[in-house]
Design a protein around this ligand. Structure first.
Ligand code: GUN
Length: 280
């Protein structure tokens, strides 16, 4: 089974659109998302354009603030503080990566936790790991929703996450622990990755290594979620060798068309949640 992230994301956006129409009649306002993009990174520009397009599609008021690569850190932090106070702004997202002279930690910590649609603020990270309500990072949330489509009851499943980033691996582990999975987080120092993977019922690959996961790494009927987006001479490929692995897996996400569309749909969903909380 190929997990159609594009279709599942479209359904999610359709539901969001309906909810936003309902909320508009109740509150006479709609959620607002402000995205800050610094510099000219080509991949970031594409992501941001898609975020804007889909935000508009579901009825979210979307605003893009662009700064040149050499913008002073203080200007960005002051802008975030201003947006924190602006009632029309439900969610703030600062697109990563940032130029080297801007402190990522400071930027993330300046965004109000209640407007942190990325779920990167330490308050949200702590709330997620403690099992409290929080904004959850969009990519792992998207992966989680795809997994739940395939198998609603994940209790007792052995999941391996390849990659331990704050954006993906760590929050993914928290989401799967909440579902009572047994979770392994593998990383660059893991001794025998193949031996770890072959034990798993679920593999979430998020390392940025083209076609790393091979068919003989995968237990029969495992569920495979591929977060990788790697540019190669033969086009964009994931962290999983799709052609091989799709023959042994029970279900697998394609690249593109798997996790990618879900990330943006989850960003829109997080923006709506922030709006609802601010209005409750
Ligand atoms: N750059 C790549 N992925 C992300 C993301 O999920 N959020 C932000 N803010 N920047 C990113």
């Amino acid at each position: 089974m190929i997990i159609d992230g594009k279709k599942i994301a479209a359904k999610l956006r359709e539901d969001l659109k309906k909810k936003i129409i309902e909320l508009k009649s109740t509150f006479n306002s709609v959620p607002g998302l402000t995205v800050i993009l610094i510099g000219e990174d080509p991949a970031s520009k594409i992501y941001v354009k898609n975020k804007e397009r889909f935000a508009k599609e579901v009825g979210i008021n979307s605003e893009l603030i662009r700064y040149p690569e050499n913008i002073e850190e203080k200007v960005v932090l002051d802008k975030i503080k201003e947006l924190n106070q602006n009632k029309k702004v439900s969610g703030i997202l600062v697109q990563l990566p940032l130029p080297k002279h801007i402190d990522k930690k400071k930027v993330i910590e300046t965004i109000l936790p209640n407007k942190d649609v990325d779920g990167f603020h330490p308050v949200n990270v702590g709330n997620l790991s403690s099992g409290y309500e929080s904004n959850v990072p969009c990519t792992p949330l998207g992966c989680y929703l795809l997994l739940k489509q395939v198998e609603n009851n994940l209790s007792g499943k052995h999941a391996i996450i390849i990659g331990r980033s704050n954006l993906n691996g760590k929050p993914m582990a928290q989401l799967l622990l909440k579902e009572n999975c047994t979770v392994t987080i593998a990383h660059s120092k893991t001794k025998d990755l193949k031996a770890e993977c072959i034990k798993a019922d679920i593999i979430v690959a998020a390392v940025g290594k083209p076609k790393l996961v091979k068919a003989d790494w995968v237990k029969k009927n495992a569920i495979i979620i591929d977060v990788g987006i790697n540019k190669t001479d033969t086009g964009i490929v994931g962290d999983v060798d799709f052609e091989e692995v799709s023959k042994v897996a029970r279900a697998i996400t394609p690249v593109p068309g798997g996790v990618g569309p879900m990330t943006i749909a989850c960003l829109l969903s997080n923006t709506l949640e922030c709006f609802k909380r601010a209005n409750s």
